[in-house]
Design a protein around this ligand. Sequence first.
Ligand SMILES: [Zn+2]
Length: 345
Amino acid sequence: MATMRCIVVREHGGFDRLLREERPVPAPGPGQVLIHTRAIGLNHLDTWVRRGVPGHKFPLPLVPSSDAAGVVAGLGDGVVGLREGDEVVVLPGVSCGSCEACQSGVDQLCRHYHILGESCDGTSAEYFCVPAANVAPKPAGLSFVEGAAICLVFQTAWNMLVRRAELRAGETVLVHAGLSGVGAAAVQIARLLGAQVIATAGGPEKCGKVAALGAHHVIDYRAVDFADEVRRITGKAGVQVVFEHVGEATFAGSLKCLQRGGRLVTCGATTGGNVPLSLHAVFFKSLSILGSTMGSKGDLRTILRLFEQGALRAVVDRSLPMAEVGEAHRLLEERQALGKIVLVP
Ligand SMILES: [Zn+2]
């Protein structure tokens, strides 16, 4: 039987918990496709799966990672519209396909929603199987490495700005950590929507790269208080929308930056999720606090078309061999990456 290498987390902990194992090459079941992996995109989610999250139970052992690009290597019964040899990207959210949420085009709200590499086995393997609904043609002009670096973060940022905050042309948005995965996606999407973009980054090198992505103003949050700086840039007016994913370290400042009637949209809390919130501020300033997670497969198709048209670009720091997954996690955790980290099997 043919075998393949994959990465498995059996217990939570340090980088040494990223085990390399050999398994049989899986066979696609009905409705599934077998993917020969060419590149694996890492997200902060990968580090949470390895470290563990207090109060959350991951189904260990688990093959981590949610993003990938590769080649269709086998088709299960009943799959139409795909052929062996097709170059594809993987759509990271698996849903039932038959509930009201799925049929309404908000599959990320499906009660049976799984993110690859979080609640079911993911993409850190030389071969893996996913439902045929979870692949889409790799946009022409993108390498496999770039194709593996876009889906999770761009669908997340799109759902936050387009669907939840409904950011419009002429509005001003504050994007935290503009060179992080979701941040770099948000800067580009906000520009595309015609918004004025203020972004933050840590240090001059990152600030330069965020400006190159299209941000109108970039604040070095290590050098100045970002809320004071937003006040200065906007002539004390504040912004209509704040794009939050940092949590405890930034939330109070984010609220201060909002105009009356402003919207704060959040998809994460990388520095912790317990934030002080005064209801007085929420009602006196008529604020909206909006949660968001992942995005719909339909919107992801739109995003892939925008990549095909050259309107969006992948921001990749580097690719590493799959065997160096521990180093990849270290770069992510220590915020040393200047863009996405991609593993190559
Ligand atoms: Zn469903």
